[in-house]
Design a protein around this ligand. Structure first.
Ligand code: A4P
Ligand code: MG
Length: 192
């Protein structure tokens, strides 16, 4: 297991999800809050996407996005900060697995570290099969690789992208959306 004990600048990708209490606003607030974490700066932000729920279907669609940050924090300290943001935005943890939530912040990657800690698994355990994580990640960094060498672009070819709808960034107010169109002619997804 690769673990880091000394602080150093690290690049991390965070997945954001919400399907309660005005999800678009929840994502926007969370991004502002992450930008204010000490010793941390925002490097990139994906578009926002509507996605059909994974898990129980009797819940609203999610809004998902991914951000890329640079931080001096150790991964567990970063997790503490993200959980504080979840709590400050009113996150209530329910007993049911994958229940609806107003904010979920998941650490996807921390440089090329592999972390198996009781509080933190990195890469995130579900990221290799979730379109609502992989596509926004790919949007930020087309060539992003996981520590095991797998490319997000290749993992995406095995995902069902029909569950995702891009929310046009400048049209949030009018709730305009557009379906994702991908060029699947090659084995690797091309960004349009
Ligand atoms: N934890 C371990 N590793 C991590 C990590 N890499 N990032 C621990 C963040 N936390 C991590 O998390 C439970 C514990 O996981 C934390 O205390 C932390 O120490 P949680 O946020 O309380 O619980 P959760 O999110 O309900 O559980 P889980 O199993 O992580 O759920 P997921 O995988 O986050 O899935 N459908 C759509 N369309 N979009 C979504 O965003 N999200 C979920 C939740 C279900 N369905 C969805 C979506
Ligand atoms: Mg989570």
């Amino acid at each position: 297991m690769k673990q880091r004990t000394k602080t150093k600048i690290m690049i991390s990708y965070i997945a954001i999800g919400s399907n309660q209490d005005d999800p678009i606003k929840q994502l926007a607030l969370a991004i502002c809050a992450m930008d204010k974490i000490a010793n941390t700066s925002m490097l990139a932000q994906s578009s926002f996407y509507y996605s059909t729920p994974m898990g129980p279907q009797d819940q609203p669609d999610y809004v998902n996005a991914v951000v890329k940050i640079k931080t001096n924090l150790l991964p567990l300290k970063l997790l503490d900060k993200l959980q504080k943001i979840e709590i400050s935005q009113g996150r209530i943890r329910k007993k049911e697995r994958w229940a609806s939530r107003n904010l979920d912040l998941d650490i996807l990657l921390c440089d090329d570290l592999i972390i198996n800690h009781p509080r933190l698994t990195v890469p995130h355990y579900g990221m290799k099969v979730r379109a609502f994580v992989l596509y926004p990640l790919f949007e930020i960094d087309e060539n992003i690789k996981l520590p095991d060498g797998s490319l997000a672009s290749q993992l995406l070819t095995k995902c069902d992208l029909s569950c995702l709808t891009k929310i046009c960034p400048i049209d949030h107010v009018n709730n305009h959306t557009k379906p994702i169109t991908l060029n699947l002619s090659s084995n690797v997804i091309q960004k349009k």
